[in-house]
Design a protein around this ligand. Structure first.
Ligand SMILES: [Zn+2]
Length: 247
């Protein structure tokens, strides 16, 4: 059973468009019944909505909606990224965990928009709840791997200590090793900027799933507390007819 489309958190930027319906749902809630979503494997694979409706027909970590059908991804600390084009009225949802982000899932998703006739200036992006630099501890060997990624340039956003989160609603993640505390939403934001999207067109909700979201929202927190977790769906749909510009 699907819940009303008004349930969950919204991006004020996407809402301001008027023709986009979307939500970052709390853990355990379902997207609308006609929503397409894929089998996610932290890849850089993007599929059209039709190829994963009914859901989970094939592996993909982003879904592109050519004709307005709701598309979703599910997360439990990874980054949910929703994108809309005001030129073509097409929308997409991307699952951008660390692995997928390094594999180029965001760049591949943007490429679908570009191939359909949008430019970076036509796009609006919302980054939903994900584990934040207050709670995302990475071992140092992994940090070296990240720095070697072709999509990563400049100093990694984050620090060798956890960020203080004054908005935390519960204890942040404990430090368990010599580590780097990565700001994954900031890393994704930087990649989007590098693709030409203006900062004013990127809405980062900056909500940490570990210490700020509802209980059961965080895979990482479950590894520390054994409290269990459920997937969080993030979905987006267009209410206007698509206007693809490509041949
Ligand atoms: Zn946190």
């Amino acid at each position: 059973m699907s819940l009303p489309s008004s349930a969950g958190q919204q991006s004020s930027l996407l809402r301001s468009l008027g023709w986009v319906r979307h939500s970052f749902l709390p853990s355990g809630q379902r997207p609308p019944d006609n929503t397409a979503y894929a089998l996610q494997r932290h890849t850089a694979t993007v599929c059209p909505a039709e190829s994963n409706f009914p859901p989970k027909q094939s592996v993909a970590d982003a879904l592109f909606s050519h004709h307005g059908q709701p598309v979703a991804i599910y997360t439990a600390d990874c980054l949910p990224v929703l994108i809309a084009s005001e030129k073509t009225h097409q929308v997409a949802a991307a699952h951008a965990g660390l692995k997928g982000t390094l594999a180029g899932i965001l760049q591949q998703t943007l490429r679908q928009f570009f191939q359909a006739g949008s430019t970076a200036a036509d796009l609006f992006v919302a980054i939903g709840p994900a584990i934040g630099p207050c709670c995302y501890e990475l071992g140092l060997p992994l940090v070296e791997e990240i720095k070697a990624c072709r999509y990563v340039s400049g100093p990694l956003p984050g620090a060798f200590h956890p960020a203080i989160n004054p908005r935390a609603l519960r204890p942040t993640a404990p430090a368990t090793q010599p580590a780097f505390w990565l700001d994954l939403p900031a890393l994704a934001t930087r990649m989007l900027l590098q693709e030409g999207i203006a900062a004013s067109r990127i809405d980062n909700l900056n909500q940490c799933t570990y210490c700020m979201a509802e209980p059961g929202a965080s895979y990482r927190r479950n590894t520390h507390t054994d409290e269990g977790y459920q997937l969080r769906f993030s979905w987006i749909a267009s209410d206007l007819p698509a206007r693809p510009q490509a041949d």
